[in-house]
Design a protein around this ligand. Structure first.
Ligand code: AMP
Length: 501
């Protein structure tokens, strides 16, 4: 058995790891730690759940034992896309720094400027920041980046999704090139590859298996549902009630609006349930998470963005209320269960409108997922086929004659069509629907609803400052209203949430 002793970590750090109860390094830790200690740049292809945080935190702590921080000149900088991830990295430092006095500051939304400024003024060893907040501080002259010896760019592909790449480039240029740079990403799209080629020097490339291939302890299943939201909620309740050994579960929805609706519905049906979405403030999220970790809440309804990076060690079940639009999100979602050799179950609710996304997922994980019961078919989908007709301008029904072939991806379908477009009646006035279906008042929108915006520190992402992120574009198609088609369902009255379920 591999141990932490042989990786080159300092004695203090080894002792702290033992105190945390970890006996064996994970593959990313075993490979990355020695390389980081040799001062080499690293590109780590690994996702949350692989132990990647400790793979940079532990060698950083070893290196930080030498030297001291100076006022307003952090010695190391860790960039995270969301404040949750930033807070978790901070927790990692706290966990392992029992024997070491390290100053860690956070520059993220929801944390007071004053306290962090005081810390920065005294000098910090580790600064953990979201890119926007960091640049704000820099522009106010509160911060000098010329003393940064190690730069970590974590979750680079998620940064890309959020439009943060121009900010990252600016930050990279502000730090002396003599620094060591560590970049972690679950996937390596071209833009991230380019970033690595521009800002890293001869990086060691370390790739650990995706959750899809490692987590053989996860039983994956599909279940067919009618395409109306209440059909799906019915199926979901059946799944929860019928689940064997359900200890706790995360339910993923594609959109935050559905997070709220599913949450309310489950609450009404007497389940122990909480919700997590990007609009909640930091305190509310932390409270919710504490409740879930402490077993006070059994079921957590979440969106991908809100759940990203959450440190929830042993979820027994994952339910996908919606098939995720991006196949990598599927891998992230099911990676929430079956961790560390435990068994887990992941069930995805599939409607006849989901064939394309399901096809992409099965291609990515290189296996077809078994159905519980009958696969989705014309019979489950035919009553609700309006899903096929909504959305992009001129997007013809993909299944004329009412005979969808759900298991075959449709290469002719425009790639910019998202679940949202297909399911969301884009021309409907959100304010009007709010008053009828939403349990809690939400800010009025002039625009059609969009995919959830992530909880960046506090600034808008910089895609509107000149960068074009193709993946981001896909979330925000430039279709106006309904194009030239008004589907019949839009003319029907909306069901109020209280009677729906
Ligand atoms: P991460 O991928 O960094 O989000 O870590 C995922 C989870 O694995 C966290 O709950 C860590 O506390 C845990 N973890 C990290 N390293 C180890 C290890 N060597 N052995 C067991 N669990 C670990």
């Amino acid at each position: 058995m591999m141990s932490f002793d042989t990786l080159g970590l300092s004695e203090k750090v080894i002792a702290a790891v033992a105190a945390a109860g970890y006996t064996e390094p994970t593959p990313i830790q075993a490979q990355a730690i020695p390389v980081v200690l040799e001062n080499r740049d690293v590109v780590g292809i690994a996702q949350t759940g692989t132990g990647k945080t400790a793979s940079f935190v532990l060698p950083m702590m070893t290196k930080l034992e030498q030297g001291r921080a100076r006022a307003r000149m952090p010695r190391t900088l860790i960039l995270e896309p969301t404040r949750e991830l930033a807070a978790q990295v901070e927790e990692n430092f706290n966990k392992y720094s029992l024997n070491q006095r390290l100053t860690v500051a956070l520059l993220i939304g929801g944390v007071s400027f004053d306290d962090q400024n005081k810390k920065l003024d005294r000098g910090v060893d580790v600064l953990i920041a979201t890119p926007g907040r960091l640049l704000d501080h820099f522009e106010r002259g509160r911060l000098l980046l010329t003393g940064v010896e190690i730069l970590v760019i974590d979750e680079a592909d998620r940064m890309l999704d959020m439009g943060f790449i121009p900010d990252i480039e600016r930050i990279c240029k502000m730090i002396p090139p003599s620094r060591q740079t560590l970049m972690f990403s679950a996937t390596m799209p071209n833009e991230i590859e380019r970033l690595a080629n521009t800002f890293l020097r001869d990086p060691a490339r370390i790739s650990v298996a995706k959750a899809s291939s490692t987590a053989t302890t996860v039983t994956q299943r599909l279940i067919a549902s009618g395409s109306e939201a209440h059909d799906k909620r019915d199926v979901l309740r059946g799944l929860i009630r019928g689940a064997v050994d359900l200890k706790n579960a995360i339910i993923f929805c594609n959109r935050k609006r559905d997070v709220q609706i599913v949450y309310k519905s489950l609450e009404k049906h007497g389940f122990s349930v909480g919700a997590l979405h990007g609009d909640m403030d930091q305190r509310a999220r932390m409270l919710m998470l504490d409740g879930f970790r402490g077993d006070k809440i059994k079921i957590l309804v979440a969106s991908d963005v809100a759940a990203r990076g959450l440190d929830i060690p042993d979820v027994s079940h994952v339910f996908n209320f919606d098939v995720p639009i991006h196949s990598e999100d599927y891998v992230h979602r099911i990676g929430r269960t079956g961790r560390a050799g435990r068994t887990g179950t992941a069930v995805t609710i599939v409607t006849s409108a989901d064939s394309k996304y399901l096809g992409a997922i099965e291609k990515l994980i290189n296996q077809s997922i078994e159905w519980m019961g009958e696969p989705v078919s014309a019979s489950t989908g035919s009553g609700h086929r309006d899903g096929f007709q909504r959305g992009a301008k001129g997007n013809k029904s993909r299944h004329p004659g009412g005979n969808p072939e759900p298991r075959r991806a449709d290469p002719a379908a425009p790639s910019r069509v998202t679940n949202e477009e297909r399911r969301e009646p884009r021309g409907e006035k959100p304010a009007q629907r709010d008053s009828q279906t939403r349990p809690a008042p939400q800010p009025k929108q002039d625009r059609p609803p969009q995919r959830e915006r992530p909880a960046y520190g506090d600034r808008q992402p910089s895609h509107d400052r000149g960068s074009a992120s193709p993946r981001h574009d896909r979330h925000e198609p430039d279709v106006i209203g309904l194009g030239d088609h008004v589907p019949a369902f839009l003319l029907r009255p909306t069901r109020p949430i209280r009677s729906a379920s």
